[in-house]
Design a protein around this ligand. Structure first.
Ligand code: IDP
Ligand code: MG
Length: 169
């Protein structure tokens, strides 16, 4: 009930989910799905302590992908990026938790896998920037925009996490 009220409030006033309720959008890209990395990636977010609120397999339309990557529309790699992202299904997810936007980006590694440290997802599982297996929102504002692009409200599930007291003091 509290979750429902918070969701309505956050949507009406476009406020960020903050603190332990911060949310981010993470997507396993088509290369990650083809390469059977979905389970490994979900495992990392689960074990870190984040809370899953949305998950689906999507064959993304060109219009969704263009909206998602709108800021990059003038880059020379834009058309290739849209082709890459529509070349197969994507696993779209919403994860919630304290500082999840920043922490997820650190778990992903740098945009270019060559600059990503071992231990990060891109550092461990890929080699080229154009096949970097995973997306994560780069700010709370981007997360809100991306979550509302990829998910309808009713696809996000509020549920009580029984391990919450073992994750937060
Ligand atoms: P990010 O995914 O780390 O946030 P962005 O700069 O937002 O990085 O770029 C979005 C995606 O565009 C990257 O994840 C990568 O798939 C692709 N991309 C970025 N730079 C290049 C490039 O120089 N060549 C090809 N693809 C690129
Ligand atoms: Mg980005």
């Amino acid at each position: 009930m509290i979750c429902l009220v918070l969701t309505i409030f956050a949507n009406i006033f476009q406020t960020a989910w903050t603190g332990v309720n911060e949310r981010t959008f993470v997507a396993v890209k088509p290369d990650g799905v083809h390469r059977r990395l979905v389970g490994e990636i979900i495992r990392r977010f689960e074990r870190k302590g984040f809370h899953l609120v949305g998950l689906k397999l999507v064959q993304a339309s060109e219009s969704l992908l263009k909206a998602h990557y709108w800021e990059l529309r003038d880059k020379p790699f834009f058309n290739g990026l849209i082709r890459y992202m529509s070349s197969g299904p994507v696993v779209a997810m919403v994860w919630q938790g304290l500082d999840v936007v920043k922490t997820a980006r650190r778990m992903l590694g740098e945009t270019n896998p060559a600059d990503s440290l071992p231990g990060t997802i891109r550092g461990d599982y890929c080699l080229e920037v154009g096949r970097n297996v995973i997306h994560g929102s780069d700010s709370v504002e981007s997360a809100q925009r991306e979550i509302s692009l990829w998910f309808q409200n009713q696809e996000l599930t509020c549920w009580e996490d029984s391990s919450q007291h073992w994750i937060y003091e």
